[in-house]
Design a protein around this ligand. Structure first.
Ligand code: PXP
Length: 244
């Protein structure tokens, strides 16, 4: 059946914020990604607003034609924003000050009542809630108890352990892959819609996309990184043609 693709456009906002001006605009990136066939647009609204801003999620909620998924920490501030912006889906993630990117899945056991409350508030408005979670059945069983029925399995460890040359995968990479596969199967059986993401690139994504139970992948860094390289030639040629 094949996996759907949610494109994470945070890095376009990171580039914008490197100059604190109004371009490149993640709104433009969302439109291009959708025109290219993306099945959804994902952004992470961080507490420190270091890349994506409220202005971005407000506009995206109006113009995204596929599905808008906002990653956020399960805080009261974020819940209020979700209720106001009404994206199609919210993905609950842990957030630690100073981290370069999301490190690890959300600890559902430690945040169970907060998550349950978050899910029930958003459910009333028809907003789906997914939890970014490590491939750990104990955590996933607790996620089920909160009323959550969509999870995004954290593939960061698999991505870190998997070499560019997939044929030379070591034992650790293979065992992390088998864990993700097994957890995806069991979670699907429990009634979860199963997504996955983090660290996936143009090589390590293939085995993950082949797992039948995983229906959608959220990918950002590798896509935006590749775009900056394969788009560079045209950008240089355009500038040369303007000035010569
Ligand atoms: N899923 C979640 C929950 C994330 O936090 C991120 C990074 O923002 C991604 C997927 C995408 O990861 P990457 O940028 O490594 O593709």
């Amino acid at each position: 059946m094949g996996c759907k693709l949610g494109v994470n456009i945070d890095h376009i906002a990171t580039l914008r914020e490197a100059r604190k001006i109004d371009e490149p605009d993640p709104i433009h990136a969302a439109v291009i990604a959708e025109l290219a066939g993306a099945h959804g647009i994902t952004v992470h609204l961080r507490g420190d607003r270091r890349h994506i801003k409220e202005r971005d999620v407000e506009i995206l909620s109006k113009i995204v034609k596929t599905r808008l998924n906002i990653e956020m920490a399960p805080t009261d501030e974020m819940k209020d924003i979700a209720l106001k912006v009404k994206p199609n889906m919210v993905t609950l993630v842990p957030e630690n000050p100073g981290e370069i990117t999301t490190t690890g899945g959300l600890n559902v056991i430690e945040n169970e009542s907060r998550i349950r409350d978050f899910i029930s508030s958003l459910k009333n408005l028809g907003i789906k809630v997914s939890i970014f979670i490590d491939p750990d059945m104990n955590q996933i069983e607790h996620a089920f108890k909160t009323g959550c029925r969509t999870i995004e399995i954290n593939t960061a460890k698999y991505s870190d352990l998997t070499p560019i040359d997939l044929e030379n995968c070591g034992k650790e990479s293979l065992s992390e892959f088998e864990k993700i596969k097994e957890v995806a199967k069991l979670s699907h059986k429990m009634g979860f819609e199963v997504l996955a993401g983090h660290g996936l690139n143009y090589r390590n994504v293939i085995p993950i996309a082949d797992i039948d139970e995983i229906v959608e992948l959220n990918i950002g860094h590798s896509i935006i990184g590749r775009a900056s390289l394969i788009g560079l030639e045209m950008a240089v040629r355009e500038m040369i043609s303007l000035i010569s």
